[in-house]
Design a protein around this ligand. Sequence first.
Ligand SMILES: NC(=O)c1ccc[n+]([C@@H]2O[C@H](COP(=O)([O-])OP(=O)(O)OC[C@H]3O[C@@H](n4cnc5c(N)ncnc54)[C@H](O)[C@@H]3O)[C@@H](O)[C@H]2O)c1
Length: 382
Amino acid sequence: METKKLNIGLVGYGFMGRTHSNAYRSVRNFFDVPYEPVLKAVCARNPERAQAFANTWGYESIESDWRSLVKRADIDLIDIASPNDTHAEIAIAAADAGKMVLCEKPLGRTAAEAKAMVDAVEKAGVPNMVWYNYRRVPAVVLAKQLIDEGRLGRIFHYRAKFLQDWTISQDLPQGGEGLWRLDAGVAGSGVTGDLLAHCIDTALWLNGPIQRVTAMTETFIKERKHTLTGKVQKVGIDDASAFLARFGNGSLATFEATRYARGHKALYTLEINGENASILWDLEDLHRLQYFDHGDEGRLRGWRSIHITDSDHPYMKHWWVPGLQIGYEHTFIHQVADFLQGISEGQNPSPTFRDGLATDYVTDAVLKSARSGEWEGIEPEN
Ligand SMILES: NC(=O)c1ccc[n+]([C@@H]2O[C@H](COP(=O)([O-])OP(=O)(O)OC[C@H]3O[C@@H](n4cnc5c(N)ncnc54)[C@H](O)[C@@H]3O)[C@@H](O)[C@H]2O)c1
């Protein structure tokens, strides 16, 4: 296959900067994709640290202002892996400059911000994608296949939670490096936009549109010192968020996320109960899918723990031999592989910016409901 080069300009060299860089570097070793990602430039505000990152990951050059990166003629794709308050401005400028745009989640801090991003990429006609990487976990893709094949039958329940425990200490400051998630101005919201956004994106993909939500949120620690101002300031994020939802297919759902569940670091679980079967997935055991089929012979009926490592499981024929599992970083490699294959065929694989906007409409409704105490519809219908 003839391979074309695709020049990447990455913004942000933190946690996600590393997962994306690893994906660009690894994808062609495992997937026969029609593009070769070239690590052209990494951008971050501190040039020394950007250079150190470039040396480690093999970027050819650095930029310390994303505006310079976006202007460069030798960049085909802008990849936004910086905090949430930077997403809209960079994505819109990149689309206006005719670049492909990949953006970390949540797409915007609000749906209004995300809508402007959708308008920009659609007006420019540039390929775009949001890094909702859990759609590329082989076990979650198998769940999608089982649902789409109708094996679960009518769906009654969707249940998702994402639990962490890293902000319990009163002494933890807000804002600045590593702590921008506690600063509402930068993050947009707390666990609703950070953790529930993942749960919602997966849910919309697996179970279709949500119609209405009723939510409650809590900020357990009301004031924290701000790293950048040195002052004790009001905390504007939600520390915990839980909501009930009705899906368009008639199923009922519960969603919960918190950073105050002592003992849990990243417990993302989802369970779907259908008329004929149920499935359950757990990020801490991401290479397994739990499946209960009521059609099994009664004496042997029970939950199966399917080890997702066979070559007929999604993505797995690209990896090792049956029995050997893969992990978190591979989801990003899968996403890059799908994106490169899609754009070579003139398609834009999901989740597109428009899909990311659908999640932001739900998170907006969750936060609105938590304030109003009422059921809220999803605007507009997704
Ligand atoms: N898909 C996922 O599972 C997942 C996981 C974690 C984070 N995220 C998302 O990825 C984004 C980044 O999160 P992270 O955990 O990597 O954060 P991080 O704090 O580890 O890294 C952020 C990076 O952005 C850089 N940066 C900040 N402002 C910048 C600017 N104006 N110009 C250029 N660079 C700038 C910082 O220097 C840092 O390198 C966020 O939107 C977050 O919600 C997604």
